[in-house]
Structure formats: C-alpha cells, structure tokens
Design a protein around this ligand. Structure first.
Ligand SMILES: Cc1cc2nc3c(=O)[nH]c(=O)nc-3n(C[C@H](O)[C@H](O)[C@H](O)COP(=O)(O)OP(=O)(O)OC[C@H]3O[C@@H](n4cnc5c(N)ncnc54)[C@H](O)[C@@H]3O)c2cc1C
Ligand code: FES
Ligand code: FES
Length: 1347
C-alpha cells in the first residue's frame, strides 16, 4: 500500500462551519485547535487540566453511526481529542449552542439564571454536558442529568445551583425547588418575584422559571448534509495526516488496518486517546506513527451469541453500558451475572465524557493496574478475539494476559477485534467492588471482580475466581487461593481461610506506589466478605422460593449484618434555600436585597466571557514556560541552556541575572539564585514562539545541583530542627494552670489537618504587553491583587509604578491563591517582555500550578482541656504548628488569624493559644479561604468532641454549654454580642430537627453493624477582615456619560463572588436608576490606584462603601438640576448637568474600619464584625470500605440584610462544599523527597456533583442587622468553609459509634481529611486485624505525612 507523499485533507465541521485542514498535525488537540486557530478563535472552551479530568473543555461531537444509521451526539473532553480523529465529524462548542448576540439557548439561559455560575470558568463545560444530554434526551431523568455532569468539576458553586438549572428540563421536575419537601411554593403563591414581596417575607425561590424560554429541539444545528453523504458512502481509502513529528494513518478497511499493523507493529492503535493521550503528556511517551481504526466497522460490531455477547473493541464504554443494559433486560438473571457486575462499575468509571471516548479495546489493552473492567472480565472468563494478517485467534483475558506475559499477550502485529463475554450459569454468582477517594470520577484505590460457581443445588464451591485491581502493577488474579478453596462449603470457615490465603497471595509491600497500603490490604478482605454475604443471600433465594424449610443449612446472616451488602447509590441532591425578601415598600427599580443574576452569568454560559488566556494573540507574542527545581534543598552549580536555545522557535532563556531591578525578597526570590529551597521553586524561564516549543525547551535545560542539608518536610522535623518562619504568636487569658488543677478531668489529644490545593479552575495566567514608549507595560493577569502585581513588576523592572498598568477583567477562581503568587508570574513574564521586547504569555499547566504554588497550611495541633464532669470546660491549652513551606509569604498572618479565631463560639475563661509557622523545604503555603480558621477551629471542635466522650455526653451538649451566651469579650478583649450566634444555633437545631434525628441515628446504629450513621451540629463565629486598619480602605471611580450611561470602577476584583454585580446594585440604589444603565469594564490600576487585595470577605463591604460614596457625590451635584425639573428623566438631568458644566465623574473613597492588634498585650479590635452560623450534617459510613454518604446538611447563616441573596447563598454553598472537600477527600501526597505527587484531578479529588449532600438546605437568618456595613449586609466569602467540618464531625460521630460497639478505645488523635482510608482503618474489626502490618523501619514509604 503506497503512501501518498502529501497529507490528506482533514474535513470536519465546527458549529456548522466547514473546516478543512490541509496540514493537520496529529499532535494538535481539538482544544488547542479551537482556541488557537486564528479563523475560529473559539475560546469559550476552556483549558483547566488537559487530562480529561475536569470537563472544562467539554464539547459535543456528532457522528453518523453506520450500524444504527443514526447520528450519535456525545460529549468529549476536547483536551484529549486529536483533531485528526474528527474526520467526518461535527463539533459543537459553547459558541455554537447560542450567544448573547444572536439567540441564547435555554441551557445557557437556565444555568445563568439559576445562579449556576460564579467565576464562570467551568460553565461552558457544564453547558456542553447538559446540552449534549438534551440533544439525546430532551426530557432527561434527574439520574441522567447527574450522570451527564459527573465529569464536570466546579470549584465555586457547590453544584446545587447548576443542578437547579438543569433539572428544569427534567421530566420529574416542575422547577419548584421545594416540591421534594412536600411543600410547594406554588401553593403559597410564591411563584413570582413580586408575590415574594407581598405574601411572606421569607422566600424560597431564587429564580423565576416562568421566564425561561422553552426548549425547542427543532432549533438545533442539523448534522451537516455533506457529512451525512460522506458517512453514507464511506471512503475506503486510507487517509494520512503528516505532522511535524507524528503521522496519523486512518485505514478504511480492516484488511488495510492489518496490513498497516503488520508494517508498523510498534505503532499503537488510537481510539479514545484517554490512555495514550495522558501517558504521552505526563510520561513523555512518543509514537511517531498512530493507527486510527475509527473507520473500521468490524471493530464496532456487537454480536449476541447463544453463550454470550461479543462486543467490538472499538465500542466506547458508554456504548458498552447501553449494550449490557439492553441484554440484561432480554435474558434471565442467571445468565447476566457478569454483565450486571460490569454495569455496576460503569457509571462510576470516570465521567460521562471519558466513557463516551474510551473504547473497550483501549481499556483492556492499556491494562491499567486500576482498571475497573479487567478484573470483572477476567473472572467472567472473557476471551479476546485477535486478528492479524496471518489470521485470527482467541486468547483468554486471564492473569497472564493482564500481567503482560509475552506468551499470553497480543503478538506485535495483532490487534484486538472484539471481546467475548460469556453468559453466567445457574448457581454462578459474579460481583464487582470498588473503593475510591470519592464515589464518582475518581480512580479506584482497590477494585475487584469475584465469581463463584457451586455444584448444582449445593453450597460447595465448584469454581472460584477472584481478581483485584489497585494492589500491584497489574490486575492480580488470586488463582492459587481460589484453587485451594475448591470443594469447600460457603461458610465462615471458608471465609476465614479465604482471607488468609488472599492476604498471602495478594501481597502489597509497605513501600507500594500509591501508598495507603494497610487500607488496600484491608479492602482485599473486606470486599471478599461483602461477596461472601452477597452470595449467601443469593443462595438462600431459590430455597426460599421453593419453600425449602431448611434454608438454615446456609449460615444465618444476622439482620444487623445485612447493611454490609448495600452500596451507596448515586443520589440526586434536593434542598431549599431560604432568605428574607425585601420590604414591600422598596422601589422595584432598587435591586439591593434581590436575587439578581451574576452580571456575567449569561456571558459565562455562552463562552463570551473573556478570561486572561482568552485574549486573542497579540502581534509578535511569545510564550513563556518555567523551569523549576527538582531538588528540595540544593546549591545550584550550573544552569546550561545551550541545548534549549538551539531548539527551533526558542528565543531566550530568562535567569535571575536578567532582572533589572529587585529579584523578590532576600528570602523569597522570584528566580532562584545559587540555592533552591523546595521542589517546584522557579529557577529560570524559556521564551519561545509557541507554547509547545517553550515546553519542549524547558526539558533541555540542564541544571546541576549539590544537595544541601538539612532537608525538612514535616512539621515534626521542623520542630526538631527548630525551623520556624516567624516568632511564636500567643494569646492567653485567665489562670490556666490553676484551672487545670480544679478541673474534674483532663484530656489531651492531637489534631492533624492536611493542606489543601486551591484548585481554582483557571490556572495562573498572565499576558504582559510592553509598550513602545516610556517603559510602559500593560499586564493582563488573573489576580486578586492587581496593585501588588503592579508594585512587584515595578520593583523587578526598576521602573516607577506609574508606567505599569494591571488589568483584571475577571478571575476564574482565586480562593486566596491569587493574592500573592500572580505577582511572581507577572514579574517574571515582565522581565521576559522587557528583555525580548515582545509580549509574553505565561499560562501554567495544571501540574505546574499545583507544583509551584502552595496552598492551605497543613496543621498539627496539641491540646489539653480541663473540664467538669457536667461538660463545662474550665481550661484549654492549645499549641499549633502550621507547615509554612520554604518562605514566609502569608504564614505569619495565617498564624495570627489562627490564634485569634481559634476560640470559635466558646467562652472558656482560662485559655492559652500558641501558634508557630514551620519553615520546611516545601513550596510556600499561602492565603486560602478562611485563612487558618478552618484548620485551627478543627482543633477546638475536636477538644469539644473529646470532652463529650470523656463525660459520656453528646458533643452538642458540650457545645451548647460552653457557647458564648451574653455580651462578652473575646480572648483578645474585643466586645461582641453573641445573640445572633445563639439564634443561628437554635434555628439550625430546629430546622434540621436535630434532636429527633439524633434519636433516629441511634436507632439505625443499633440495628446495623457494618453501616453507621453520624450526626453533628457545629456553631461558628467567624471574623471578617484583616487585623490592620490600612487594609480597610477602598476607592471607586464613577463616570456618568452624556447619554446617561454609567461606568463604575472600583478596587475589587471579580473572582466569581459577584462583587461587580453587588457594586452595580449599590450604584443603582444610590443613583436611583436601573442597573441596565450601568457597566463595569474591568479592574485596573490606572482607574483605581493603590487597592488592597480582594480577600478576607470584605471586598463588597469596603468597595460598596466607596461606590456608594462616589454615587452620593454625583447625586449631590445633580440635586439642583433634579429639583428644578423633578419630572425630567435621568437623561434630561445628565444633559442639563453637562450643559451647566457639572462634573459627571466622581471618586468615592471609604476610609474603613479601624482594626488593630497589640500582640504584646494580647489585646485589640482586630476585626470589624463577625459572621455567625451553624451547620448540621448527617452521614452514613460503610465500615467495611470507609466510604460515606452525606444524607443531609442544614446551614443557617447570619447574612444580615444580604445585598444579593442568590450570590450570598451561592457563596455559602460553594464554600461549604469546598470545606467539605478539605475535611473529607482533598489529600496532598508528597514523596519522601518532597515532590508533590497529587498534581492533577486524577490524584487530587475535589468534590464532584455526586458529593453534594442528598438534602442540602441553606437559610439566611432573618431579621438580623448590623450598623457597621453597607445596607447592613455581611461579607460571606469565607465563613461557610469551616461549616463543611460538620460533615467531618458527623463522620467522626459515626466512627466513634462503630468503635464503641467494637469495644475499641476512644481515639483522641484526629486526622483530617476523613478519607475512606482513615474511616476504614478507624473502624477496626476482624478484617483489619488479619492484615499484615509492616515495621515502619523496614521500608521507605511511598509518601510522607507533612502535617
Ligand atoms: C480522566 C480519566 C478518568 C479515568 N477513570 C477511570 C476509572 O475510574 N476506572 C478505570 O478503569 N479507568 C479509568 N480511566 C481509564 C480509561 O478507562 C482508559 O483510558 C480507556 O478505557 C482507554 O481507552 P481508549 O480508547 O481511550 O484507549 P487509547 O488511549 O486510544 O489506547 C490505549 C492503548 O490501547 C491500545 N489499543 C486500543 N485499541 C486496541 C485494539 N483494538 N487492539 C490493540 N490495541 C489497542 C492502543 O494501542 C493503546 O496502546 C480514566 C481515564 C481518564 C482519562
Ligand atoms: S481541560 Fe480537558 S478535562 Fe480538564
Ligand atoms: S463557577 Fe464553576 S469553577 Fe467557578
């Protein structure tokens, strides 16, 4: 078969527009193509991880299916789709769905109007997942909606609002969010926003669904007729696309494919690219030839045979799921055991997009050790139908194949054509198990497939197969153990023996990659136990059906054990959001207090909202990539850039020597000089013509190091080495020693809280454009603090601040992570821009972002509490250490906040809090939502739990007893009134029916041994603001133009928290004109100078005051004109004002709250005010796997008079879910050399849509006021974070119950997050006792704990 010398034309459609690529490069992904192609420039599709793990890049692909002769629409992650795979396909991006300029699609409208967007970075992906679902199912079920969104991450909203928009399309939904609770707002006449105001002042609707335009499927883009014609007369010719380094060959027939495979045996077949793609990216695998079998129909054939099902290797996992589901309905249950087991795993395997892309063949051949399907296929005796030019043959999918043994594997020239999965037989049972960090879209820690066949009518084992994933380099089949159990009866003796044999055969060394060794060992036997019980149940069924009286010949399963059998189902969250409406007297025009949609909501949903990297390429732009240290502490001996500079496209290498001004601080360099202090520290940067060239070049830079001592990673080591970043912070009141002496009891314990990655969806990005004159520089940057970027760039370049302008249009999530770090990236890019004279774009990969930037400080706390037997705490002494990493950054402030806030809601007369920030050889940790409060207060609440356990009382009793009750002073002597705190607590108790549910939990726990429920209610007193007066200031600039339109500018940055929306609400109230007159363009250092970071929950407070001030100044100027012509319109007044030479521009200023703290005296007024709240959560844990489900959460928060209840509820929900992530799933893993392993959404699990509590209610406390803030509102950006700990304490409650029942001692060492591993290992039982334990001295662990 001769190859053409020129590339074929690649033809596909994007949003109805034909795309012909004459030089298609197989290495280019659809995501890059859409974003970078100069004619398309479709930047609505976002990059957030590049690994298929987050869904930000979701688009819809439509293809004609030759088998069904139908058009198949499916969602994919564009970051993993090579453009060459799209020949003959139609791609729809968010821009093709609808636009503000033309017509909005109902999906876009509803997600925006239901307040399902905050920063908006995830929104296009969400829209595309929902849109694809609706293309296939115009009235989907709620389950389908949940599944469709399972692969899309959102770091801001907490998902509830996104679902609320989506479920308005669902058949079950009538759009009323209260319907599920039995009460319907329609019944109360609360269905339109005006009646909200009239009827009752408590509202439960945040949007009016009546306004939504209906979904009209006939309006959708049709499948291009040209593609239809192509599909109906498929070309059999082989297509070839030559790239610079890679050739893509797509044969049209099986014969040609086999010939090609014969010729290029080393070339992989590329199908979904979900395995090849990530390995090429992260492990640098390179394949010069890729064979695409996508056009070969034989690989998609499905055949039902008399003994099973043969599925083409090219079928996607989503198609496989449909095929299996269909077959299960057609066949008797006994024949479909293996199918059912596969079907059990499929919804949990990755997200919908990956299941749409990934092929069965690719899955099997990849043989990932974590494969969910291979263990089931192996025990189900699946066979692989192989084919090559030499003919076809079958091989079993068995342990030898899975282990990659050459004799049992494909031959180099063979391909997998299809997979045969046999029917199961009577007396045969197959099951599947998996446990991951969270339920969906997470790789399993361990999974298993198990099958047993009994001698007919008996419980004697005739055949047994058990296979595990995640416990070795490949799927492990426990053949030896199974052989030894043949002939045994299915009883407890067999179970014990089986566990012993399995633990022997499936051995996992202490140093095994992936860590969690003891947990994984435990799961090996826990899964077996579940299988044992499941089968026992099944065995009893036929006997029961036949009314065989002596079903007792099978061992009885006590009722209390039956709960071991149930897996937690994927459920659809429900809930009610309650807030107080505005008074009936408020003018309709006045938007303050109303649930106004985020100003950019619709633009987020259409992809028209521009983020930093969406700015089109500017003339002569170059790309920058960063070179980081691979050593934790070392001297830099040399940096050799010669080879990198030789590479095509490489323009320059920027080192510390190129910095004209200051290279950061002495102990916190922008670019390393001589010495590095952590893995991930930036050493130098490469500037090249493209991002690909820059990234290739950084690999070529050779740095030689000389390792230095000491190397410190853990808090424990830092304490040992006396390695601290700043002096101890300390607060004390009362006489602690005396109080301990008088206490009835004393308890001591430890608390370890892991760190947290910000995981903002938009990674750090900056575009620096040097101007030709006067050293001016424009910087477009994703930051919470443009003034800091400006200042840092100025000192780095040694030019005055007034030459540097920073622009922030919007930020795709910050959470504290974009306060300090963006200045570093801005400054390095600026050095590159000045040195080369070119604009520089720097966009961090997810991996680099996670590696370089620090996150939340891990904490280690020791406490000692003295208390009376009635639970009254007399004295508390807490000593905390946070892991600050290698530089100071915000660590001193975090330590201070930690100490100041640690008392939370409790009045304890004798207190001592001490805190220190440890200096370690890790990337520097920094600001993060809550700023120490979520970690420190976990210590306090853990003391409460410990006291409760010692007193034999319930934690809520101890909380109530020790809570502030009357006007009082905090530990730092700031006076406050806790009335609203008590109200929140009581209302939360009431709304959650806490006491009755506590009893129900106890009842449940008595009846169930393997599942336990837990419930907890947590109070909160959260102080907003910074402990320094200079931070509490803000300015605004308001212009009124001659047409009456108003441009508002202020010092706050739009991070998704809706600050711009709130500011226009303020301006609208003050100027008494509708918000439609107003606009906010961006935050810029040129319009409002010397701003403070948008952080500490007070952005809207202080900037709102500044906007108010500017508007009041303007209105005052207009007053005489208005008085003169009271009937005139706004436009008339503005025209008159202009005529009369009245300035229509004003600067507003807020000289904010006084805040100070005297650490010498331990006294001060560090915070302007407190936000109070309470949250109650109920969970259920699976003691055998450590999994948990969140049954219900009720949050009551004191927002006072919310400026915008939709935005504030969104902040509470989003931060609650983020907090829940901190305390349950988000776990940073470091190697013993200080390398962060968890650098992608695969390894670091933020909550997904399936982690939202089944019932999630949020209410804003009514009738609450504060005189201090604008319109008596409160800043709610951070406080909800800590309330996520209610889930942690509910889990702890369930674990404590399990431990009590098992006669295990109370454990006063608290470790957060409460991962499945920790939960499982705390619920010790006969299985945890069976597993081998390693002596820590005998092996090097895979990861080290840094808290
Ligand atoms: C974000 C994400 C989450 C995931 N989560 C999970 C999970 O939870 N559980 C799980 O089990 N897996 C998970 N996976 C892995 C996924 O199941 C596999 O990547 C996928 O099934 C591979 O299929 P593919 O078509 O994309 O293979 P490709 O990447 O296209 O190919 C993979 C390999 O298979 C070979 N190959 C493919 N087809 C054939 C054939 N017919 N004959 C011979 N060789 C062939 C190729 O040569 C190549 O070497 C996840 C993947 C991603 C990206
Ligand atoms: S960017 Fe593609 S899935 Fe995350
Ligand atoms: S709105 Fe979803 S990530 Fe910000």
């Amino acid at each position: 078969m001769p190859y053409p010398s020129r590339s074929d034309e690649l033809l596909f459609f994007v949003n109805g527009r034909k795309v012909i690529e004459r030089n298609a490069d197989p290495e280019v992904t659809l995501l890059n193509f859409l974003r970078k192609n100069r004619t398309l420039c479709l930047t609505g599709t976002k990059y957030a991880c590049g690994r298929g793990g987050c869904g930000a890049c979701t688009v819809m692909v439509s293809k004609h299916d030759p088998m069904s002769r139908k058009i198949r629409h499916f969602s994919v992650t564009a970051c993993l789709v090579p453009i060459c795979s799209l020949h003959g396909a139609a791609v729809t991006t968010v821009e093709g769905v609808g636009s503000i300029k033309t017509r909005l699609h109902p999906v876009q409208e509803r997600i925006a109007k239901s307040h399902g967007t905050q920063c908006g970075f995830c929104t296009p992906g969400m829209v595309m997942s929902m849109y694809t679902l609706l293309r296939n199912h115009p009235q989907p079920s709620e389950e389908q909606l949940m599944e469709a969104l399972g692969g899309n991450l959102c770091r801001c909203t907490g998902y509830r609002s996104i679902l609320a928009g989506g479920r308005t399309f669902c058949m079950e939904s009538n759009g009323c969010q209260q319907k599920e609770t039995g009460k319907c707002c329609l019944d109360q006449g609360e269905n339109d926003s005006s009646s909200l105001d009239r009827k009752s002042d408590i509202c439960t609707e945040l949007f009016a669904k009546e306004e939504f335009q209906p979904l009209d499927p006939t309006q959708e883009l049709i499948f291009p007729p040209e593609l239809l014609r192509m599909a109906e007369n498929p070309e059999k010719r082989t297509l070839i696309f030559y790239g610079e380094r890679v050739t893509w060959i797509s044969p049209g027939t099986l014969k040609d494919l086999l010939e090609l495979k014969g010729k290029h045996p080393e070339a992989p077949l590329i199908l979904g690219n979900t395995s090849l793609g990530p390995t090429m990216k992260s492990q640098g695998h390179f394949h010069p030839i890729l064979l695409s079998p996508a056009r070969i129909p034989e690989l998609s054939t499905v055949t039902k045979t008399s003994d099973g099902l043969t599925i083409g290797a090219g079928c996607s996992l989503a198609q496989m799921r449909d095929i299996l589901a269909e077959r299960i309905l057609e066949l008797p249950e006994e024949k479909t055991q293996t199918f059912r087991a596969l079907l059990k795993h499929l919804p949990h395997l990755a997200g919908q997009q990956i299941r749409n892309m990934a092929s069965l063949g690719g899955h099997i051949i990849s043989r990932h050790c974590y494969s969910d399907l291979n263990p089931v296929l192996a025990v189900g005796n699946a066979t692989l139908n192989l084919i090559s030019e030499e003919g076809s043959r079958q091989i079993p999918l068995n342990e030898y194949f899975l282990a990659g043994l050459a004799s049992a594997d494909l031959r180099p020239k063979e391909i997998l054509e299809s997979v045969h999965i046999p029917h199961s037989r009577k007396w045969e049972f197959v099951s599947a198990f998996r446990q991951a960090q969270c339920q969906q879209n997470a790789l399993p820690d361990v999974n298993a497939g198990m099958r047993v066949l009994f001698k007919e009518g008996t419980d004697t084992i005739e055949d047994l197969s058990v296979a595990y994933g995640g416990v070795g380099a490949a799927t492990i089949c426990a053949q030896k153990s199974c052989q030894q159990l043949l002939g045994r009866r299915w009883n407890e003796l067999m179970l014990d023996e089986a566990c012993r044999l399995l633990l022997d055969e499936v051995s996992l060394p202490g140093s095994a990659p992936g860590g969690r060794v003891e947990f994984r060992r435990t799961l090996v036997v826990s899964f077996l136990f579940k299988f044992y019980l499941e089968v026992l149940q099944e065995l009893k069924k036929p006997l029961k059906l036949l009314s065989v009286p002596d079903s007792r010949r099978y061992p009885e399963i006590p009722d209390r054990f039956l709960s071991a059998l149930e897996d937690f189902p994927l459920t659809i969250p429900q809930g009610v959001q309650t807030y107080q409406s505005v008074t009936p007297h408020q003018p309709l025009q006045d938007p303050v207090g109303r649930p106004i949609m985020h100003l950019s909501g619709l633009k987020h949903a259409t992809g028209e909202a521009i983020f930093c990297d969406d700015i089109p390429m500017v003339d002569k732009e170059l790309f920058m990539a960063l070179v980081t240290s691979t050593r934790a502490h070392a001297k830099i001996i040399s940096i050799d850039s010669a080879e990198a500079l030789e590479l095509p496209g490489v323009v320059d290498v920027i080192t510390a020597e190129d910095i004209p001004g200051t290279n950061g601080a002495e102990d916190d360099r922008l670019l390393a000089v001589d010495e590095v202090f952590c893995v991930g520290q930036i050493i130098c940067a490469v500037v090249a013509e493209t991002d690909v060239q820059a990234k290739q070049a950084i690999e070529m830079i050779k740095i030689t190091y000389e390792d230095l001592e000491p190397v410190i990673f853990t808090i424990e080591d830092a304490i040992k080495h006396n390695s601290f970043l700043c002096p101890e912070k300390r607060l004390e009141q009362g006489n602690i020693e005396e109080a301990f002496e008088k206490a009835d009891q004393i308890v001591e314990g430890e608390v370890h809280v892991g760190g947290q990655e910000h995981f903002y969806m938009e990674t750090q990005r900056v575009l620096v454009i040097p101007k030709t004159e006067d050293k001016e520089l424009d910087i477009y940057v994703s930051t919470q603090d443009p003034a800091h970027v400006q200042k840092t760039v100025s000192s780095t370049l040694n030019v005055p601040i007034n030459r540097i302008t920073c622009h922030v249009k919007r930020v795709g999530g910050g959470f504290g992570g974009k306060v300090g770090r963006p200045a570093v990236f801005g400054a390095i890019a600026a050095v590159g821009a000045v040195k080369t004279g070119h604009p520089i774009r720097l966009v961090l990969d997810r991996e680099d972002d996670m590696l370089i930037t620090g996150g939340r400080h891990p904490l280690f706390g020791k406490y000692k509490v003295g208390f009376m037997n009635n639970g009254r705490i007399k004295a508390m002494d807490v000593e905390c250490y946070i892991n600050g990493g290698c530089t100071l950054d915000d660590s001193e402030m975090v330590t201070e906040f930690l100490i100041l806030k640690m008392e939370n809601a409790y009045k304890i007369r004798n207190l001592r809090f001490r805190g220190r920030a440890c200096m370690t050889n890790l990337p520097s940790n920094t600001a993060f939502r809550g700023f120490g409060f979520p970690q420190g207060t976990l210590v306090t609440e853990s003391c409460i739990t410990a006291v409760a356990a010692k007193c034999g009382l319930l934690p809520e009793q101890i909380r109530e007893k020790n809570m502030y009750k009357t006007v009082d002073k905090t530990i730092y002597k700031q006076a406050f009134n806790p009335e609203t705190l008590i109200r929140c607590w009581n209302e939360c108790l009431d709304k959650s029916s806490f006491h009755s549910r506590r009893m129900q939990v106890e009842e449940f726990n008595k009846k169930n041994y393997w599942k336990k429920k837990g419930i907890a209610i947590i109070p909160m007193k959260f102080s907003v603001g910074f402990a320094a007066t200079s931070y509490h200031q803000a300015a605004a600039l308001v212009h009124i133009y001659t047409d009456g339109s108003v441009l508002v500018t202020h010092g706050g940055n739009e991070l998704g928290q809706g600050i711009h929306t709130k500011m226009l609400q303020v301006a609208s109230r003050e100027l008494k004109i509708p918000m439609s007159y107003m606009h906010i363009c961006e935050t810029s250092t040129a319009t409002v100078p010397n701003t403070v970071a948008t952080a500490a929950s007070i952005g809207a407070d202080v900037n709102g005051r500044a906007v108010q001030n500017a508007c009041q100044i303007l209105l005052k100027r207009l007053e005489p004109i208005i008085k003169k012509n009271p009937e005139g319109t706004w436009e008339d007044w503005i025209e008159a004002a202009f005529e009369q030479r009245i300035s229509l521009s004003a600067t507003g200023y807020f000289r904010g709250y006084k805040a100070f703290m005297d650490w010498e005296k331990g006294e001060g007024d560090p915070f302007p005010y407190y936000v109070y709240g309470a949250a109650c959560s109920e969970v259920e844990i699976d003691c055998l796997t450590g999994a948990h489900k969140k049954i219900r959460t009720d949050v009551v928060m004191d927002a006072c008079c919310s400026l915008n209840p939709a935005i504030d509820i969104g902040q509470i929900e989003g931060s609650f879910i983020q907090g829940m992530g901190l305390y349950t799933t988000e776990e940073l893993k470091y190697s013993p050399e200080g390398v962060l392993y968890s650098r992608s959404p695969d390894e670091y699990k933020i909550p997904t849509i399936n982690d939202v509590p089944e019932e999630f209610n949020v209410s804003l406390l009514p009738s609450s006021h504060t005189p201090l803030t604008i319109y008596s509102s409160k800043g709610l950006g951070e406080s909800g974070m800590f309330l996520g700990s209610s889930v942690f304490f509910a889990i702890a409650d369930a674990v404590a119950t399990a431990r009590r029942e098992r006669d295990l001692a109370e454990d006063f060492t608290v470790r957060s997050p409460a991962t499945p591993e920790r939960v499982r290992m705390s619920c010790a039982d006969r299985f945890t006792e069976m597993i081998p334990r390693d002596d820590p001295k005998t092996f090097k662990p895979w990861s080290i704990p840094i808290a």
